[in-house]
Design a protein around this ligand. Sequence first.
Ligand code: ZN
Length: 318
Amino acid sequence: MKYRLGIDIGGTKIAYGILNEDGVIVYRHRSATNIKAGPAEFLQTLVTDIEGILAAQDFPRKDLIGMALGFPSYVDSDRGVIVMSGSMANLRGFDARDGLHEYFPDIRTVVDNDANIAAIAEHKYGAGRGFNHMLYTAVSTGIGSGLILNGKIYRGAYGGAGESGHMLITPDKGVLCGCDNRGCIMSNAAGSMIVKHAIEAIEGGRQSALYELAGGDLTKLNAAHINEAFQNGDALAAELVDQMGYYLGIYIYNFFVSVNMNCYVLGGGMILHFGDPLMRRIRDTFDRYNHYEGQDVTIKYAELKEDVGIIGAGELLV
Ligand SMILES: [Zn+2]
């Protein structure tokens, strides 16, 4: 039996899973993510965890055919380098693959962006099964996508394909994003940005239950508050959900007319939180602008749950 190690790096935890040849996760480990860590410190965490995991296995090390890591970052997978990271800004320039290679020279190491990995997993095992072209988009604190074209992940010249949450849609208008621009899709529709839009509106005099939900302290306002206010019929929260649905619908429309994919798989915390009302607004916006008759376009929920990052990472080693 041969084994693969999938590593899913998230904003709060690092999830490790050993997959056997049948794709079954036979061993799991978790550790906390230090989102402030720089490359040296982060590498040390990974090395310590991986050494512990390998020591705990009863199969010989040569039976591990590789390890693959997904980062919540812009990753140049060809070079194994973290180009930029919105949620883990200090990892910018982290040469993850070569760093790990120094400690584990006998183990093949692959590094990729988490949305690419989720796209690969959803395409093979989840909502994108049977589609030759598919876009996976995670809408959470940020917005990141993975493109499946002709059945394969497409990364582009510098690994930046799928960083399309930073496509400009209202240039120079709106909230400043980590991409150093105002008016990208993320700045209009990502979870962290929607919170900023809410704060701006309330500070501008808008009445909303969000103020009380945040305990009268707008620095404490988060997306869960917006969801709660939305469920209770708050007008501002409803406008913000409309706004997210609108820009995400436009996002999908723009992909449809540029790349002509016919399957859009949506995951991430915002999609889970706001569910059907948000999905309906996305669909309605797409339909309003799409005038190609008779071309089926599927917009659906992601299917794989919390193991998606481990499963998808494992696929990079197949
Ligand atoms: Zn941006």
